[in-house]
Design a binder for this molecule. Sequence first.
Ligand code: PLP
Length: 453
Amino acid sequence: MRTTAQWQAADASHFLHPFTDFGALARKGSRIITKAENIYLTDSEGQRILDAMSGLWCVNVGYGQQALIDAATRQLKELPFYNAFFQTATPPAIELAELLAEVTPPQFQHVFFAGSGSEGNDTIVRMVRRYWDILGQPERQVIISRKNGYHGSTMAGASLGGMSYMHAQGGLPIPNITHIDQPYWYENGRPQGLSREDFGKVAAGWLEQKILEVGPEKVAAFIGEPIQGAGGVIVPPETYWPEIQRICDKYGILLVSDEVICGFGRTGNWWGCETMGFRPDLMTFAKGVTSGYIPLGGVMVGDRVAKVLIEQGGDFNHGYTYSGHPVACAVALANIKLIRELKLVEQVRENTGPYLAAQFKALEDHPLVGEQQTKGLMGALLLVKDKAQGTPFASELEVGMVCRGHCFGNGLIMRAVGDRMIIAPPLVITRAQVDEMMALIRRALDLTLTDVR
Ligand code: PLP
């Protein structure tokens, strides 16, 4: 086994990491994660780390689940690959399509497989434009999404996303994608003295304004995450999504839910749209479908779109080598069966979700915490300079990164989005482990407070 320094040297010489300043990381050295079990990682120095981010929002059933390992091994022996292009299919892909139809809302009876969430969202762009083409309305090209939303890193995914730092590189967004502001009450509603409920309606109204500005006859779809994840776990007011639904219905616009993070139980229901109260025409999924054990993503296609594509569409000229990859599908089948067996969705809704909410609520007394939000097993703490006024810290202080450093140093993975500290622990986390996580969070907050005072 190589030493940490040897791993870091090889890593710095050859491996360009995603969303990373390559030069800075090469000078600093990566942390090398060598193994994991349940909700704990181990690094190359033997330190145990509580993974409060489920890898990257994906390891929902926790690490080391034998059922998933066995499913992959069996399928690798039986049939490691065959494609779905040439009027062929494999049993795991068919069975997974069937099972997804069962665990998704009733309008979803069909699935298009991809390899990731980004590829899923590229599929969405192709599919919604194709849908309107077939219906004789090719001018319906424009897709509306939100600033600070995240939909992946391919050209279409990054364009749908509303991350300005991503648009700044590579000439994005691609044409006919436009963005409205996010439903972030603390920043946009609270300073105006609006209640969360009133602000939810105002923020949804921005969609209608944008539709009228673009011209309703040109708008193809609206896409959003039920709860923005990478943007900082921003839970919209309860009034937001029902109003978005009403506006999409009014103008006949397709409604797309990006369930890459919220899907498969994260919010206490199988799907984030169920928690937030809307009925999408299309849903993107990835991550939790295999608990991240192997890459898989895709699009659930609702009856409205499926009927047109199937009955009038002819060839849909789109697909990936790994669409319906048999090993990935076999792992997804085992994963979904395990989620059911362990009753993880119910567990999040009735037990660990409400428990986490109470623990986060208790953190409101901490001098650094300006706002806290949770939904199911997603949570965010906003660190502010002055709680009473809600004054933020100067951005150059990078208080979120300071706090993240204390988390990492003390055996906890928590992510910083600006000064929002966010978590999304594995759905198998127990109440005792939530307590352990909360003690580590409080410690990191206290150490951060010492640094900034
Ligand atoms: N959509 C959402 C909501 C995501 O959070 C992500 C990734 O974090 C993606 C899409 C992109 O998924 P992937 O990284 O698998 O391409």
